[in-house]
Design a protein around this ligand. Structure first.
Ligand SMILES: [Zn+2]
Ligand SMILES: [Zn+2]
Length: 179
């Protein structure tokens, strides 16, 4: 699908004060069953769609006087993360890892229903499955050629070529800004 034909993906928090748009398909979606994501999400896994921040924008209801809450938190790697939360209902909608603000991890469960369906059926990988519940059976995903990894994975063996190229472009743009 050409980029011009891409229909933007939209999502929002539960009170609808904060909404966002993705103007390209995610590079990939991580379905992560690590114990850290389980604690943070209060669920069996986190579903994070990775996108260049240049393809991500948000809108906060102008009647809300506080800015988007950027809440710092730890990560197992020690690099830390920042979760962007609605200042009214405090739902977390996206996050950044470390200082890398040029790449946005969208909490995909906050996408609008049809958009979530598109993303959930798109390029994805299941990671840290060693700590998933037994009753989550990923046999069908494996049959369909979707990556399922007990821990992490090698990017080049999982991401589609277009996503790898977009990543390269993103990193080059960041270098350009820094120099
Ligand atoms: Zn809200
Ligand atoms: Zn995780």
């Amino acid at each position: 699908m050409s980029l011009s034909a891409f229909i933007p993906l939209t999502g929002r928090c539960s009170c609808a004060a904060l909404s966002y748009t993705l103007t390209a398909s995610p590079l990939i979606t991580h379905i992560c069953y690590c114990t850290w994501c389980q604690r943070e999400s209060g669920s069996i896994c986190a579903v994070n769609s990775i996108i260049e921040s240049s393809n991500f924008s948000y809108r906060l209801d102008p009647t809300v006087s506080q800015p988007v809450a950027l809440i710092p938190g730890p990560t197992p790697s020690g690099n830390g993360q920042t979760v962007a939360r609605c200042p009214v209902c405090f739902d977390g909608l996206w996050k950044y890892y470390g200082d890398a603000r040029f790449v946005t991890y969208v909490k995909a469960g906050t996408l609008d229903e049809e958009c979530f369906k598109r993303v959930a059926g798109g390029e994805r990988v299941h990671i840290y499955t060693s700590t998933k519940p037994e009753w989550v059976d990923l046999g069908r995903e494996k049959e369909n050629g979707v990556g399922v990894f007990e821990e992490y994975y090698v990017r080049e063996t999982v991401w589609v070529q277009e996503a790898l190229e977009r990543r390269e472009k993103m990193l080059k743009a960041v270098e350009g800004v820094g120099s």
